[in-house]
Design a protein around this ligand. Sequence first.
Ligand SMILES: C[S@@+](CC[C@H](N)C(=O)[O-])C[C@H]1O[C@@H](n2cnc3c(N)ncnc32)[C@H](O)[C@@H]1O
Length: 237
Amino acid sequence: MTVSTRQQEIANWFDKTYSRRGEWYLRPVKAYYIFLELLKVKPEEKLLDIACGLGRLLEAATEYDCELTGVDISKVAIEKAQDKLPNAHIQWANAEELPFDDSKFDVITCLGSLERMLNLSRVLQEMKRVTTTNARFCFLVRNENTATWNIKKTLGIQNETGHQGAKSLQMWTNIFEDEGFEIVDILPDQYPLQKRILFKSLGLKKVDYRSVVKSDQPIEKANELIFILFHQVFFRF
Ligand SMILES: C[S@@+](CC[C@H](N)C(=O)[O-])C[C@H]1O[C@@H](n2cnc3c(N)ncnc32)[C@H](O)[C@@H]1O
């Protein structure tokens, strides 16, 4: 597997972040159930989480009795995820060069990571290659059309070393369609909405982390966007 100098820099930044900030860098496991619910993951399906980080999505997915695989370019992430999930197949790999046979997986998740990829087109083509024709995909991607992102840009505090990026809803839509995906649904990131419910109710309201929360904000303004996708095909069996 080849890793360019720039990709190694990104991996080093994540190695350092996971070593220093550990579990605190990512959202809690309960915030990952929604992706599995949206994908309607079924027992015995083969699920691949690309850029799996510390294995949060895979940890949530252990409840769904499917076959779990994860890859990441950060060796620290892989070590920690393997320790936590000895029954999952977790390996160090570059998303641009997936070490799997064609048509192996039924479900792919890639959360908070596509904007980190240097060659997005290659990653998306690899995802298509390693999945069955009827596969489902879930991507969580950052939206550039938000106050938070604009403040970061104005102050020049995006994380350049870790290749933090963002695109508009329209740009992401065009990229996925041009790369041969059919978009089934687009939703705002659910975790900030769930946290708002808790905050407003002073922590008294019970939050159902597996259900979609209705947002009063237009989707174009959500900080992060959830895309559910299929392969673009004429006939589905
Ligand atoms: C913001 S973290 C998200 C981690 C995880 N998906 C989650 O939601 O907990 C982004 C991840 O992308 C990984 N990454 C960046 N470029 C990659 C590449 N080319 N191949 C595989 N993983 C990559 C990083 O190592 C990091 O773990």
